[in-house]
Design a protein around this ligand. Structure first.
Ligand SMILES: C[S@@+](CC[C@H](N)C(=O)[O-])C[C@H]1O[C@@H](n2cnc3c(N)ncnc32)[C@H](O)[C@@H]1O
Length: 256
């Protein structure tokens, strides 16, 4: 997530979550509402759960707050790679009972078969390939994975078309990244080995923005510009009037 006009912001998109300025921008009311709603959608149809659970890529804790409220019989743990995001999560009194740790999803600091449920809401597209093996390793037999993963999908909505046009303009120096989202059908392949798919569904959230500037600002604050464009995000979108934007993501419930 690159804060435009912030000279201290890192240029490497893989490091984009580590800057304090980025974490502070992420922590907005609009983003809280968006990520809480996404977490609530991800829980729909999931079992009641008890035992031990973990939120991977918890960020500043929006998803963790919903997990605590909706599945209170679970002892929740949460990890994030970014110290800046975790610092904000640690300051929230509502998360005091959560074991929050700085760690990468590709090297989880937990013993084998530690968890009954592993959750990743809007974070798995940032993880490296090893994360799937790690998730499987730390899950108990019969445990669940709940993943909400942004996916690539052609859209006729104006905001998405504007961004597609920007991507096309960069196609010569463009290198595809997993952070841009997988195809819907690819999402179950994030998890290696056999499992039962209990839910695999496409969800499309549509938001309306006042103009191109607001759209870019919000996408930037959510890390989406870095995820899609890497180091060369558009600085302006030539578009007047309100703009709709679609967020397509796959919901996966898998039981191992
Ligand atoms: C969109 S944000 C947070 C999503 C969060 N679940 C929520 O609901 O607000 C994605 C998070 O994934 C974290 N992240 C990115 N790569 C990671 C990795 N390899 N391991 C752990 N966390 C990672 C980032 O630091 C960032 O906080």
């Amino acid at each position: 997530m690159r804060a435009r006009n912030d000279k201290a912001a890192p240029n490497n998109p893989a490091m984009c979550w580590s800057a304090q300025a980025c974490a502070r921008r992420y922590e907005s009311e609009g983003n809280r509402a968006f990520y809480r709603a996404a977490m609530a959608r991800l829980l729909e149809g999931a079992p009641g759960f008890q035992g031990q659970g973990i939120d991977l890529g918890c960020g500043t804790g929006f998803s963790t707050e919903v997990l605590l409220a909706e599945r209170p019989r679970v002892a929740w743990h949460a990890i994030d790679a970014s110290a800046a995001m975790l610092a904000i999560a640690r300051g929230k009194p509502g998360l005091a009972q959560v074991d929050l740790r700085q760690a990468c999803a590709e090297a989880l600091p937990y013993a084998d078969a530690s968890f009954d449920v592993v959750v990743a809401s809007f974070s798995w597209h940032w993880f490296g390939e090893r994360a799937g093996q790690e998730v499987r390793r730390v899950l108990r037999p019969g445990g669940y994975v709940l993943a909400g993963v942004p996916v690539r999908r052609a859209s006729r909505v104006r905001g998405n078309r504007l961004l597609a046009r920007e991507l096309l303009a960069r196609r010569r120096r463009f290198v595809a990244k997993t952070s841009q989202g997988l195809r819907f059908a690819e999402v179950p392949r994030l998890l290696p080995g056999p499992f039962r798919v209990a839910r695999h569904e496409l969800v499309v959230e549509t938001e309306r923005f006042a103009d191109g500037r607001e759209l870019l600002d919000v996408l930037d604050s959510r890390g989406a510009l870095a995820a899609i464009f890497g180091e060369s995000p558009p600085a302006v979108l030539e578009a007047a009037g309100s703009i709709d934007f679609e967020w397509p993501y796959a919901v996966l419930h898998a039981q191992i």
